[in-house]
Design a protein around this ligand. Sequence first.
Ligand SMILES: [Zn+2]
Length: 223
Amino acid sequence: MLLNLHTHLLKKQANEQIIFNEIIPDAEEALEDFELQNTENWLSAGIHPWYINEKLSNSQLKKLAAIAKEPTIKFIGECGLDRLKGSPLSVQEEIFIKQIRIAEDVRKPVIIHCVRCYNELISIKKIVRPRVPSVVHGFNTKIEIARQLLDKGFYLSLGGALLQEESNALKVLQEIPLERLFLETDDKDISIMDIYQKAATVKGLSVEELEKVIFDNYLGLNL
Ligand SMILES: [Zn+2]
């Protein structure tokens, strides 16, 4: 099974298990009406840092808390921090920490969106000390940052950047221990098989071996 850890598209290939991301809406009416639609898929659900509504954030959090226990929801998130977009960082931090608390309550792992806020992410982990595991998704930043995150116990999910020569993600892939790796397509209309093939080649495995490693990583998050 090709586990696609994070996608915003419902398309899937044969033998692909997607974790489809549901964003808790930031508009009042959409938030009131929000219900999980795609319960036949595995899901992640969270308040994305671009879509925090400061006036409604308590209702957004309540909505998330209300659905977080649903068995189809496998991760809380994507949630996190983005220096380039969204609410002020202090607000993003507060909402992020509250979502980590929800994840702890339901004992589910967290999937993290992080743009140029890695120091803040590491300090939050140090302060909050979540017992649930965290995966930083769409990682495509310098190897030094990857090393720091791996050292602090984060998992990394790599995506479309693996298909570009000389990308940071490709350098990270060469170094990352297999037991911390996930693969994803995110919002791109690309084939998860292409990503598995590339990653398998770099790691010197068959695609089947890599499928098993990654699925075992997933199972290990939920112990
Ligand atoms: Zn995403």
